[in-house]
Design a protein around this ligand. Structure first.
Ligand SMILES: Cc1cc2nc3c(=O)[nH]c(=O)nc-3n(C[C@H](O)[C@H](O)[C@H](O)COP(=O)(O)OP(=O)(O)OC[C@H]3O[C@@H](n4cnc5c(N)ncnc54)[C@H](O)[C@@H]3O)c2cc1C
Length: 297
């Protein structure tokens, strides 16, 4: 199918973009990478009267790292962030998760912030934003605001962005030294959306017999409506790494209770829940068993 007719706008700067959103917001869509929007238009699941293409807007393509955050502009493609060495060092979870996002062709065009605004529960990057206690910077003709991930994702495919707002930056948090991170998922074919997936961050204190777990937090893909964070610290915090196997049942129960999958033609709800439990157990074991220098894919 082809999209319903729309008026195409290609603003040359941020002010023009915000003016267009102020005028047409409720009947407009922002076009970033188009990797989610264009299929939706083609299937006529959305019929905006105006399309506001931000690809000519300068100043939206930067990746900036500082002591606490990695800031990713609205025109940063997944592929650019994936290969960005400073971002990878500052927040390894970005690279660990991005390599699971679709295929290279889609990553070359699709933007990381577009994926966050799209708020698909099957998307990897919303889960990463949530786990890093990140936030989204929004601009409108009327001003600017920042929305923490915990408030940004309000439902499946639904974010807190208003009709007249442009998301200008995703702000990912960094973890304290001693935190190990990892991401894994299961898909029917490599590059497909995940049947289930998990992002994990584990805090470790060095010590005899592998040390002690100080914290553990997880967020999930395709098994929760929104990527909220499961804090496993009450379950594993303070336990010796050597005792992790003894905590397996408690970890399983915490994950199985937290996730709320739905079944579809690809997998039943029970199977998705099972995957989330097994993925979390395995990733946790891998992370606490790895040396600090080891890369966890
Ligand atoms: C075959 C295929 C497989 C895919 N597999 C995966 C996958 O496994 N995992 C995954 O996470 N994604 C997957 N994707 C989606 C891909 O990651 C998209 O690039 C991403 O979801 C959306 O980014 P985009 O820049 O393409 O946004 P667009 O498609 O341009 O926009 C998506 C939505 O966000 C809005 N939007 C975008 N940017 C802004 C902004 N700055 N401010 C306000 N609103 C904005 C748009 O108006 C639209 O509603 C897949 C896509 C395809 C086609």
């Amino acid at each position: 199918m082809k999209p319903a007719p729309f008026t195409y706008h290609a603003p040359a700067d941020l002010d023009q973009t915000l003016a267009l959103l102020a005028e047409y917001g409720p009947v407009a869509k922002v076009l970033a990478g188009g990797q989610s929007l264009v299929p939706v238009l083609n299937m006529r699941l959305a019929n905006p009267a105006h399309l506001i293409d931000i690809n000519n807007v300068p100043g939206l393509d930067a990746v900036v790292t500082d002591d606490d955050t990695v800031r990713v502009g609205a025109l940063v493609r997944h592929a650019h962030l994936l290969s960005h060495s400073a971002a990878r060092t500052a927040q390894p979870l970005l690279r660990q998760a991005l390599q699971w996002v679709a295929h290279p062709v889609i990553r070359n065009r699709g933007t990381t912030l577009g994926s966050i605004v799209h708020a698909d529960p099957s998307g990897e990057m919303p889960a990463v934003l949530a786990l890093t206690d990140g936030r989204v910077r929004l601009r409108s003709a009327g001003g600017a605001r920042e929305v923490p991930a915990a408030e940004f994702f309000v439902g499946p495919m639904e974010s807190a962005i208003a009709d007249d707002e442009l998301a200008v930056e995703a702000v990912f948090g960094r973890f304290p030294a001693g935190t190990r991170t990892g991401f894994t998922e299961t898909a029917r074919r490599h590059g497909d959306y995940a049947l289930a997936g998990v992002a994990l961050a584990v805090g470790l204190d060095d010590g005899p017999d592998g040390g002690t777990m100080t914290s553990a937090r997880a967020s999930f893909v395709s098994v929760t409506d929104v990527p909220d964070v499961l804090d496993l610290t009450p379950v594993v915090g303070g336990a010796a790494v050597a005792d992790l196997a003894d905590l397996a049942d408690a970890v399983s129960e915490a994950v199985a209770t937290h996730v709320d999958p739905v079944g579809d033609i690809h997998a039943s709800a029970d199977y998705r829940r099972h995957l989330a439990v097994v993925q979390t157990q395995r990733l946790l074991s891998t992370l606490v068993g790895a040396t600090a220098e080891e890369e966890i894919a």
